[in-house]
Write a protein that binds this ligand. Structure first.
Ligand SMILES: [Fe+2]
Length: 287
């Protein structure tokens, strides 16, 4: 038997030992995970010391994880897994805005706000942007009245409201509804870049890799309506030089907005397209 095959029996035995799992999908995913992890060990000839480093790293990730922060989700984001799941799960026409990972700072149940209202709840420094647009059916172009836009963004200090005790509750968050013509209007902060948290093991990884920890400036949107697949996306700023090096690999051509200066603020017109399907809301990483 060639050396590469001498351990194959162990992989098959490990996979088979979970074959009594009744949930077919769980069985499939776990089997695939065992096979790929075994293959990684085999391919790299992983040593005991390297394996010890790996599980110590995971233990330290657990120590940095709390209700307010999930280091495991952050790792998945910075190695591109979270965005890969979005890409595979939501194939979109090139004319439609793309799906983006929800990110670790989403909070459900943001306050419902009036058309045209601002999500800025304090005197946060920074320019304002007035955002107008339309939500429509990707298939037939029909306006979608009563669609909900759940919007959130970081303050100019780089922190989301739930990372920063200085900001009022639900600052820079809000939900809006489209009118009969499918249009909406709101005011937000002109977004600015911010770093992901770097004081934990994931920060160490970024430093070792000589990667910067920044997300290009963006505003998060979840656009939903019963009978349509929920769109989770982010809008980036045209011309932002960090778009190509987004630390979580989300920014791409189908998520760029043209923010136009207008006096002391900015204007953005941006449309969202929904596809018929099942409407589901993501579970908020932070309660
Ligand atoms: Fe974000």
């Amino acid at each position: 038997m060639p050396p590469s095959d001498s351990s194959a029996w162990l992989t098959e035995k490990a996979v088979l030992s979970y074959s009594a799992i009744e949930d077919a999908r769980l069985r499939e995913v776990l089997g695939s995970l065992i096979r790929h992890l075994h293959e990684c060990v085999r391919e790299t000839r992983l040593t005991e010391q390297e394996w010890e480093f790996a599980w110590t790293f995971m233990k330290r990730m657990a120590e940095f994880t709390s209700d307010a922060r999930n280091e495991f989700l952050l790792l998945a984001d910075v190695i591109g897994v979270s965005q890969l799941i979005e890409l595979i799960g939501h194939e979109r026409a090139s004319s439609a805005v793309g799906y983006a990972l929800v990110g670790p700072f989403y909070r459900a149940n943001a306050p419902l706000r009036q058309r045209g209202e601002s999500i800025v709840r304090d005197e946060t420094a920074g320019k304002r942007v007035r955002i107008t647009g339309r939500v429509y059916d990707l298939g037939n172009g029909a306006a979608l009245a009563g669609a909900e836009l759940d919007v959130w963004q970081a303050a100019t200090n780089g922190l989301y409201e739930n990372q920063d005790p200085q900001q009022p509750d639900y600052n820079l968050r809000g939900r809006f509804h489209t009118d009969e013509a499918g249009t909406f209007e709101l005011v937000a902060l002109m977004p600015t870049p911010y770093p992901v948290p770097t004081d934990g093991p994931v920060g160490e990884l970024l430093r070792v890799a000589k990667r910067h920890p920044f997300r290009p400036a963006h505003i998060h949107f979840i656009v939903s309506r019963p009978g349509f697949e929920t769109l989770i996306t982010q809008v980036f700023v045209e011309g932002d030089e960090m778009i190509d090096s987004d630390v979580v690999f989300t920014a791409s051509d189908n998520m760029i907005g043209r923010f136009r200066p207008d006096g002391d603020h900015y204007l953005l017109h941006y449309d969202f397209q929904l596809k018929p399907g099942v409407s589901t809301m993501p579970k908020a990483p932070i309660p």
